[in-house]
Design a protein around this ligand. Structure first.
Ligand code: COA
Ligand code: AMP
Length: 632
């Protein structure tokens, strides 16, 4: 069957198509019905079924002949550690941790927040929750205490699992004080915390609240897998919205496993028993899906890499790992390749390794710029597959099905919609536009299994954020066009979300922090183009009348404030003080116009601008920090 026929079938007969795919996973009660439409536009998948995600990821492989196969490889250049775990070992470790959580009252439906670096214990914690039917919510280690506190207050976890520290090149990230600070700030308090003590830094445990990872497992009965309903949340993953309040994306168990199982062979071209490597972080959706659940579900070997593309120790680390472990498919963000290309433009280090095992490279998380794609194609001599997805969808919306029917690659496009995604480009009135015309990218409802059914305890926000603008469609927040061959091109965001090194950040959340500085009267944050990270946040600060502090000192304070409140991951280092901000006559700040000025583009100035002269002031202020190369 050709891919186009398969896709058509998935849209015309979602029920038949997904029930068929559902055979790839183990059920306790198999589904008789796939899609439930009675609450439309809220759709649910595989509601009347029972299964367990941890069983599917571990136990069934142990029982089915893969017990001694390597499930997980831990490679940590920052700690000079390499370890491997078989499926049996990983299952036993997970069952033991789950036993400890269960012994302290964690049951199905309880939330557990996980705040850990890229170590095997992070996966063990996630899978232990899945084993009990507890809902995990992993918070990325680069977020500060306040961001962690916001998530604790939203998820209201019974327990928090953390490590004593993380290792970033050149510094130790002190997780435990961040965790303590977050718990102090949060209104909700967990019953207990489990702390994994790393040898690089042993943290002080809080008496009566914190348990040591190993000690709490001593003498406990390993826990069995708890059956959950198909629509039971496997996890909540918070992502940036337009305000400082992140959105809690819910991932329902069954649809997610069914969709991921489809992708492993058909999209990523990986067979059970082979090594699949995703260089990302378990704190992001890419890590949830393609470091943890999908490779294990598929009986493949996954790699937990604690390091960076460059500097740990050099720009050849990725190639070393591919050769050493025989990686067949490799997935990362374009920014990682830009970092390597910058250090080793000729690709000299690539030649030091035998990469003949590698069949293809997958890039996602941000726009894959043609220069980077061409460089990777030339140096690695494998297909470079750009694919597009979001935290909300949990798996690719558009991609190129390498294991089913590799389609021609068009550089600059993440190719074509994956099964179940009816992707359309709409104009402002909500009508589909012609091929090659720019518009808002929307997906006709229902979304396929695995995608978000709702936001955690925020259904009204879910409807307002995603379903209200174009009735009958899910609004992606991305803009672009579809060409005459059905290939999608992502050009921009339609909201105030920016993408920094493959990480999604809300400019609104950064503005909330800047506005809290006592001398800042008004502010705006935009994303400016950056050769390495794709975009960087840049702040404009208008100081209060009568503010006496030196403007340079206010900028310094603001940079520190964002790092302290949101975290280093915001990479907020650029800000300028200006007298006023360009606005429309109705008072809307013209962020997109300012971004064009900053990027040295001819700004599109709306007719409704209040005072065009302000744009010259903005350009002059930007020029002082090296932006606005051709001032307006
Ligand atoms: N815990 C604590 N701090 C973290 C962190 C973590 N897990 N991850 C990143 N940080 C910190 C970094 O140390 C850095 O701090 P600094 O300001 O003190 O230097 C800051 O957050 C920004 O990090 P990052 O954006 O990663 O920049 P970098 O300069 O350290 O590295 C790249 C640049 C390109 C090498 C890096 O961004 C990269 O590997 N990106 C891959 C992106 C990716 O995997 N995306 C996931 C989606 S697929
Ligand atoms: P996140 O939810 O953090 O994964 O971010 C999702 C957003 O990242 C998307 O809505 C896009 O804006 C952007 N994105 C992800 N993958 C791609 C891609 N392949 N090309 C262009 N943009 C992408």
């Amino acid at each position: 069957m050709r891919y186009a026929d398969l896709h058509r079938r998935s849209i015309e007969d979602p029920e038949g198509f997904w029930l068929e795919q559902a055979r790839a996973i183990d059920w306790i009660e198999a589904p008789k019905q796939a899609l439930f439409t009675n609450r439309a536009p809220i759709y649910e998948w595989f509601k009347n079924s029972k299964l367990n995600a941890c069983w599917n990821a571990l136990d069934r492989h142990v029982e089915g002949g893969r017990a001694e196969q390597t499930a997980l490889i831990y490679d940590s250049p920052v700690t000079h550690t390499k370890q491997t775990y078989t499926y049996r070992e990983l299952r036993d470790r997970v069952a033991s941790l789950a036993g400890a959580l269960k012994a302290r009252g964690v049951t199905k439906g309880d939330r557990v927040v996980i705040y850990m670096p890229m170590i095997p214990q992070a996966l063990e914690a996630m899978l232990a929750c899945a084993r009990l039917g507890a809902i995990h919510s992993v918070v990325f280690g680069g977020f500060a205490a306040r961001e962690l506190a916001t998530r604790i207050d939203d998820a209201k976890p019974r327990a928090i699992i953390a490590a004593s520290c993380g290792i970033e090149p050149g510094r130790v990230v002190h997780y435990k004080p961040l965790l303590d600070g977050a718990i102090d700030m949060a209104a909700h308090k967990p019953d207990f915390c489990v702390i994994y003590q790393r040898e690089q830094e042993v943290a002080q445990l809080t008496e009566g609240r914190d348990l040591d990872w190993h000690a709490c497992q001593h003498g406990v009965e390993p826990a069995d897998c708890v059956p959950v309903e198909g629509d039971h949340p496997l996890y909540i993953l918070y992502t940036s919205g337009t305000t400082g309040q992140p959105k809690g994306v819910i991932r329902a168990t069954a649809g997610y496993l069914v969709a991921l199982a489809w992708t492993m062979k058909n999209h990523y071209n990986v067979n059970p028993g082979e090594v699949f490597w995703t260089a990302s972080d378990v704190g992001w959706v890419v890590g949830h899906s393609y470091i943890v659940y999908a490779p294990l579900l598929h009986g493949a070997t996954t790699i937990v890499f604690e390091g960076k593309p460059v500097g740990t120790p050099d720009a050849g680390t990725f190639w070393r790992i591919i050769e050493e472990y025989g990686v067949v498919s490799f997935f990362t963000a374009p920014t990682a390749f830009r970092a390597i290309k910058r250090e080793d433009p000729a690709g000299a280090l690539v030649k030091d390794y035998d990469l003949s095992c590698l069949r293809s490279l997958y890039l996602a998380g941000e726009r894959a710029d043609p220069d980077t794609v061409h460089w990777a194609q030339e140096k690695l001599q494998v297909p470079v597959v750009d694919h597009w997805w979001q935290t909300e969808t949990g798996w690719p919306i558009c991609g190129n099905p390498q294991g089913f029917e590799p389609l021609p690659i068009k550089v600059g496009s993440p190719s074509v919609p994956m099964p179940g995604y009816d992707v359309q480009v709409l104009n402002e009135a909500g009508n589909p536009v012609k091929p090659n015309e720019l518009g808002a990218i929307a997906i006709k409802l229902p979304l396929p299994p695995g995608t978000l059914p709702n936001l955690w305890q925020a259904e009204a926000r879910f409807v307002k954020s995603y379903l209200a603008t174009f009735p009958g469609y899910y609004e992606t927040g991305d803009a672009g066009h579809i060409d005459e061959d059905g290939y999608l091109y992502i050009m921009a965001r339609t909201d105030d979300v920016i993408n920094v090194a493959g990480h999604r950040l809300s400019t609104g959340a950064i503005e909330e922090v800047l506005a809290s500085h006592p001398d800042v009267g008004e502010c705006a944050v935009i994303g400016v183009a950056d050769d390495l990270k794709g975009q960087l946040p840049l702040g404009f600060l208008c100081l209060n009348k009568g503010a006496t502090k030196d403007p340079a000192a206010v900028v310094k304070d603001c940079v520190a404030l964002v790092r302290d409140r949101i975290g280093p991951v915001a990479a907020f280092k650029l800000a300028v003080v200006v007298d006023r901000l360009p606005k429309t006559r109705s008072g809307k700040i013209l962020r997109a116009t300012m971004a064009q000025v900053a990027d040295g583009k001819d700004p599109k100035v709306p007719a409704t601008i209040d005072d065009p002269a302000i744009l010259d002031e903005i350009a002059a202020a930007l020029a002082t920090i090296g932006y606005a190369r051709t001032p307006a």
